[in-house]
Every structure is written in C-alpha cells, then in structure tokens.
Design a protein around this ligand. Structure first.
Ligand SMILES: C[S@@+](CC[C@H](N)C(=O)[O-])C[C@H]1O[C@@H](n2cnc3c(N)ncnc32)[C@H](O)[C@@H]1O
Length: 272
C-alpha cells in the first residue's frame, strides 16, 4: 500500500469517527478491509483509496469507517463499574420522583453487553421498570446485533455469571437470547459521539468505556465536554480502565478511591 493510500484511509476515519490510525496500524488495514475489497472486486488498498477519493463515495466511506472500528465487548467488563453502579443507583433513584425514569447512556455500546449488564444490575435492585438505557454506536452492524440481543456461547461465557445467564437469557438454536423483560429497558440507536448529542436528552449515568482510547486529545476533550452537558449534576460517568479525564477537561472530578468513576463538576451560576 502506498503512503498516499494509507493517508486517505487514516484521514477518513479520523474525520468521520475521531479514530486515530498510527502508521503502526497499517498492517490491520488489509485484514479489516479485505472483505469490503473482495465485495467490490478491488485488487488493492490503493484501488480502494482511489475510489474513496472519487465523488459519490459516501456509502463506501461509511463502510470503511465501520470496518475499522474495534468492537470488542463483554458482559460486566472490568466488574468494578457495575459494582459501583449497584451502590450508587439506589441513591440516584431516591433523589428522583418514584415515577421518574432512570436514564443511562451506554456510549459506544458495541454489541450491547454493557447496556444489558446495566439492566441486570437495575433488575437486582428492583429498578428495572424505571430503567431507560440508551446504547449508541457508530457501527450499524453492532447496533443491529445489540438490538437483536442474541449471543454465542463464547460471548456469554465472557463475564456473565451463570445464574444471570439462566435468569435473563433463553437458549435458542445454540445461542442465547436476552429476556424480553431486560430487553424492554434498553434501546439502541446508531450515533456518532462526534456529532451533536443534545437530541439524546439528559442522563443520570453515562458509561463511555473503551472508546476514548482511539481518539486524539482534542477529540477526547470535546467528547467529554459534550457528555458533561448531558449528565445530571448528581450523576456519574464511567470510563474504561485505560482512560482518564486528567489533562482533558475540568468538567469531571474523580471519585476518590474509585478507578474510572467520575462526578461532574457543578458550575456555579455567575454572581451578580
Ligand atoms: C471497544 S468497543 C467498546 C464497547 C463497550 N463500550 C465496552 O467497553 O465494552 C468501541 C466501540 O466504539 C465505537 N466507536 C468508535 N468511534 C465511535 C464514534 N465516533 N462514535 C460512536 N461510537 C464509536 C466502535 O464502533 C466500537 O463498537
């Protein structure tokens, strides 16, 4: 692949998704884009890049971007955030009216394991009827899978305690389908974290985990600030284990002793 082809593809995913592809990631383009190239009978990444530079390449650009996302996810990933949520959600629920929905954002939700893990925590707390989880992801394919709520044996074996599997999933042709009760508390939409998030409304809790790692610092700052705008003053933000707000925004503060758990910094109205 020529340097120019790499540049075309790297700058496309950076502009569209915020994802930074360093030159050390060039090796993965062949594997990730191979299927698309075969579908379009394109012989090389140079041919693909040329097609992307031609007018009318919008759909191809979206498909290339989607193919270059990393969609790894699993149930109760890292454990701790869900233990923390279990402690904090009753406090948030008590602070709201009993009829008020508890809105939780699973940003960059991938195939939905995070959103369904949140729903399982709410169910344990008796809060499932009040729960409204919104999962969004740039990739249409993972959103389709999240909506379907069907997981392989391998996927349910990663992080899902067996009693929760039995309680919330039904076996179906060798796979596992999430129960209608859990499914009812969760909604999925395609969405780009770089776009305007205001139409999503406000949230009591935000999970934005294992996606900021792909962005450069200005993009991380911008996304964190947009999330701060959407979070309730007494809400909580969860980031992934390798992510932080430090040096990126002053709008969140770490909750002492809790790795990856942040509270919004409530801004005082100007005196006057
Ligand atoms: C590694 S997965 C993380 C899934 C889940 N949050 C977790 O921690 O298990 C990263 C997800 O971010 C999505 N993504 C990447 N850039 C995005 C963007 N700009 N807007 C929305 N989603 C994005 C990818 O499609 C992918 O599904």
């Amino acid at each position: 692949m020529s340097g120019a082809a790499f540049e075309t593809i790297a700058s496309l995913v950076r502009t569209r998704a915020g994802i930074v592809l360093g030159a050390d990631k060039a090796y993965m383009l062949d594997t990730r884009l191979g299927g698309l190239m075969r579908e379009l009978s394109l012989a090389s990444l140079d041919a693909l890049a040329a097609k992307l530079r031609a007018p009318g390449s919008e759909r191809l650009a979206a498909a290339v971007t989607e193919a270059l996302t990393t969609n790894e996810s699993f149930f109760f990933r890292d454990g701790k955030p869900f233990e923390h949520l279990k402690r904090v959600l009753p406090r948030i629920a008590a602070a709201r009216g009993p009829a008020q929905k508890l809105r939780i954002f699973s940003a960059a939700c991938s195939t939905g394991q995070e959103a369904y893990s949140i729903a399982m925590v709410a169910e344990q707390l008796g809060l499932l009827p009040r729960l409204e989880v919104l999962g969004t992801d740039l990739s249409q394919e993972v959103v389709r899978r999240a909506r379907e709520g069907v997981y392989s044996q391998f996927e349910v074996q990663r992080g899902l305690p067996v009693q929760m599997l039995v309680k919330h999933f039904k076996q179906e042709a060798g796979q596992w389908r999430v129960s209608p009760a859990l499914r009812a508390g969760v909604r999925f939409e395609t969405g780009n974290l770089l776009a305007d998030l205001r139409h999503l409304g406000n949230f009591d809790v935000i999970f934005c985990r294992n996606v900021l790692i792909y962005f450069d610092a200005p993009t991380k700052s911008r996304v964190l600030s947009a999330l701060a705008d959407r979070l309730a003053p007494d809400g909580v933000l969860y980031l992934g284990g390798a992510e932080t707000v430090l040096g990126l925004t002053e709008r969140f503060t770490i909750i002492e002793g809790e790795r990856g758990v942040y509270a919004p910094v409530v801004r005082m109205a100007a005196a006057g």
